[in-house]
Design a protein around this ligand. Structure first.
Ligand code: AMP
Ligand code: MG
Length: 347
């Protein structure tokens, strides 16, 4: 059969495909020059590019939203809701704290405990938090694990909402979803302003909305593992995104070394100790940033094999199908991309 010959049905299908492709392109296509904004929040940078026909400078709104977020969830912000709850000073929480808490519990159940927002005191014990590192004794570990295991924290009431049932010694830590969550907050702000094309990056947690005016996808680099935390960032691979977020959790930026052993900032809640396996980083692509952030941390706890098993066991969860792992083998790093992640890689 000659190439140019199509049956009636084939012709209709072709027209439908062309129509859908055109609709997808026009749906995402804005017009104008980009606005670029950089700033600081959550002890890190943020960088945002957006196409807005009105060229509005949204930095004041962005800063105020991120500041409001810090006043709820930041462990470094004195007087934040989380600091007051952790110190036992207060039990009243705001809606944002309640939301972070409920989402964290949801991921805790989903990942069978790999993700746990109650590990704050353990994080401090190893010195990843705002306190100085201490030498950790078995006794300290056991009593914190016991406290976390017996904790029955829940949100009650409506106005005000408050936290009850917190076991003594338990401290919350939302850092494993905080940056992703704040990216989603910013994305919601841009959506509400009718901006349909943007790239938001808060400390490496990224969301890309729509396409650029020329029809190109937003392209985001995944960092190559660094020898140490002070090394310059290099790109391992780049992916194309549209209406997706990518979040990377890695152990080569935040860690400490003792007696030649590198301890990661990810805690295995089952043992109470920093994770010790060959995974160097995990990048998860999801529709929402908080989710990618939470799952990237959970996969760092599970390790490569268990993570791959988990992904296989949850084929109905579209938000954990595109995942990229970088792991160490014999002192050299290797990569593994799930088939859905491979499809995003820019040639
Ligand atoms: P991320 O970079 O998103 O993986 O977040 C890491 C941070 O989350 C750490 O610095 C801790 O503050 C916190 N964290 C560590 N281990 C866990 C865990 N198993 N579950 C939830 N949060 C954790
Ligand atoms: Mg995370």
């Amino acid at each position: 059969m000659p190439d140019a010959f199509y049956s009636n049905n084939q012709m209709k299908r072709l027209q439908l495909i062309c129509f859908l492709a055109l609709a997808a392109l026009t749906a995402c296509r804005p017009t104008s020059q980009p606005v670029k904004i950089r700033g600081e929040a959550q002890g890190t940078y943020y960088s945002i590019i957006y196409y807005d026909s009105q060229h509005r400078n949204l930095q004041p709104q962005i800063d105020s939203l991120l500041h409001h977020f810090d006043l709820t969830a930041s462990l470094w912000e004195e007087g934040s809701v989380i600091r007051r709850i952790n110190s036992g000073q207060d039990s009243v929480v705001n809606d944002m704290f309640a939301d972070l808490f409920q989402r964290s519990l949801q991921i805790n159940q989903y990942t069978q405990g790999a993700f746990n927002c109650k590990i704050g005191a353990l994080v401090n014990l190893y010195g990843f938090g705002f306190k100085n590192r201490e030498d950790v004794t078995r006794g300290q570990l056991d009593s914190l694990l016991l406290a976390i295991g017996s904790d029955r924290s829940r949100i009650e009431g409506s106005d005000p909402r408050y936290l009850s049932g917190k076991a003594q010694g338990v401290e919350f830590d939302f850092n494993a979803i905080a940056q992703g969550y704040s990216v989603d907050l910013l994305a919601a702000m841009f959506d509400s302003l009718g901006i349909g094309s943007y790239l938001i990056d808060v400390g490496g947690e990224v969301i890309a909305k729509g396409l650029k005016p020329n029809g190109d996808n937003w392209v985001v680099g995944i960092e190559r593992p660094a020898e140490n935390k002070y090394d310059e960032q290099e790109v391992e691979t780049a992916i194309r995104l549209c209406d997706q977020s990518v979040v990377t959790s890695g152990n080569y930026r935040k860690y400490y070394e003792q007696d030649g052993i590198r301890y990661s900032h990810t805690i295995n809640p089952a043992t109470g100790r920093p994770v010790e396996h060959t995974l160097l980083s995990v990048s998860v692509v999801s529709r929402e940033s908080w989710y990618a952030d939470a799952m990237a941390t959970a996969f760092m706890v599970m390790g490569l094999d268990q993570s791959l098993q988990f992904i296989q066991q949850h084929p109905d969860d579209p938000d954990i199908q595109a995942v990229f792992f970088i792991y160490d083998q014999g002192g050299e790093y290797h990569t593994f991309a799930t088939p859905q992640f491979q499809q995003l890689i820019k040639e």
